[in-house]
Design a protein around this ligand. Structure first.
Ligand code: PGA
Length: 249
C-alpha cells in the first residue's frame, strides 16, 4: 500500500510570524496523523522551517530549484543549498513555473535530474490547461510532460520521486477536477510508468493538486490512484490543511 502524502505549496505567501503560527499548529497535530506531511515555503523561510520542524515528523521542501549545480546564475538556488536546509522534497515543473517563467519540459527534466542527483525527492508537477482539456489533449499533454523526465532520467528515477497531477484550470480557481476526472489521469500516469516498470509504477505516489479543500479531499483521496495531495491556498490555513491531512488518514 502506498502511504499517502499531503504537501503544502505555500507559493509566494508567508511571513516569519505567520509561518511560525502555522507550523506550530501542524506540528502539534501530527500525533493523530498516519499520512506523510510536508510543507514547501518560499526559499528565505527554509531556515525557519528547518529550526521549527527539527525533531518532528513533518518534512519540508522547496518550490523550485536550479538545474545548475553552481555558478553565475543570479537569483537561482542550487539543489545542494536546499539539502543544507534539510529539504526532503522539491517541486519541479509547477504550472506557474511553466507558464510564467518559461520552463519547458526539457528544463523541468533537467531540474528533476539535478534535484535527484543530490538526494532530494523531486515532485514532478504535470497538468493540462483548460484549452488542452477541451481539445481532448489531456492524456497527450500529461504523457509528454512525464516522458521528458522518463527519457532523460529513466524509469528507475521514478522509484525516488513523486508525481503531482495538477490540472491548470483547477489551480487556485475553486474548480476541482472531479474524483473521476482526476483518477482517469492518475491512471494514465501510472500506466505510462508501468509500461516501463510495473514495480516502480505500483510504488509511485501520484498526488492530486488543484483547489483541494477539506470538503472534497476525502473523495479525491479515496480514488485508487490518488496517493495524496499538493495543496495551495488551503495549505495556508491551519484548520483546512489539517482537515485535508485527516482526510488522507
Ligand atoms: P490550489 O493550488 O490548491 O490553491 O489550487 C495548488 C497548487 O498550485 O499546487
Amino acid at each position: 500500500m502506498r502511504k499517502k502524502l499531503v504537501a503544502g505549496n505555500w507559493k509566494m505567501h508567508g511571513s516569519l510570524q505567520q509561518n511560525a503560527a502555522l507550523l506550530e499548529r501542524i506540528k502539534a497535530a501530527m500525533s493523530g496523523l498516519t499520512c506523510d506531511v510536508a510543507v514547501c515555503p518560499p526559499y528565505p523561510y527554509l531556515g525557519q522551517v528547518q529550526s521549527i520542524l527539527a525533531g518532528s515528523v513533518v518534512t519540508w521542501g522547496a518550490q523550485s530549484v536550479s538545474e545548475h549545480a553552481a555558478g553565475a546564475f543570479t537569483g537561482e538556488v542550487a539543489a545542494s543549498m536546499l539539502v543544507e536546509f534539510g529539504c526532503r522534497y522539491v517541486l519541479v515543473g509547477h504550472s506557474e513555473r511553466r507558464a510564467l517563467f518559461g520552463e519547458t519540459d526539457e528544463v523541468v527534466a533537467a531540474k528533476f535530474a539535478a534535484a535527484q542527483k543530490i538526494g532530494l525527492i523531486p515532485v514532478l508537477c504535470v497538468g493540462e490547461t483548460l484549452a488542452e482539456r477541451e481539445a481532448g489533449m489531456t492524456a497527450a499533454v500529461v504523457t509528454r510532460q512525464l516522458s521528458a523526465v522518463l527519457n532523460r532520467s529513466g524509469v528507475a528515477a521514478m522509484a525516488s520521486a513523486v508525481v503531482a497531477y495538477e490540472p491548470v484550470w483547477a489551480i487556485g480557481t475553486g474548480v476541482t477536477a472531479s474524483p473521476v476526472q482526476a483518477q482517469e489521469v492518475h491512471a494514465v500516469i501510472r500506466a505510462r510508468v508501468g509500461a516501463l516498470d510495473v514495480v516502480v509504477a505500483n510504488g509511485l505516489r501520484i498526488l492530486y493538486g488543484g483547489s483541494v479543500k477539506p470538503q472534497n479531499a476525502s473523495e479525491l483521496f479515496g480514488q485508487a490512484d490518488i496517493d495524496g495531495g499538493l495543496i495551495g491556498g488551503a495549505a495556508l490555513v491551519a484548520d483546512d490543511f489539517l482537515a485535508i491531512c485527516q482526510a488522507a488518514n
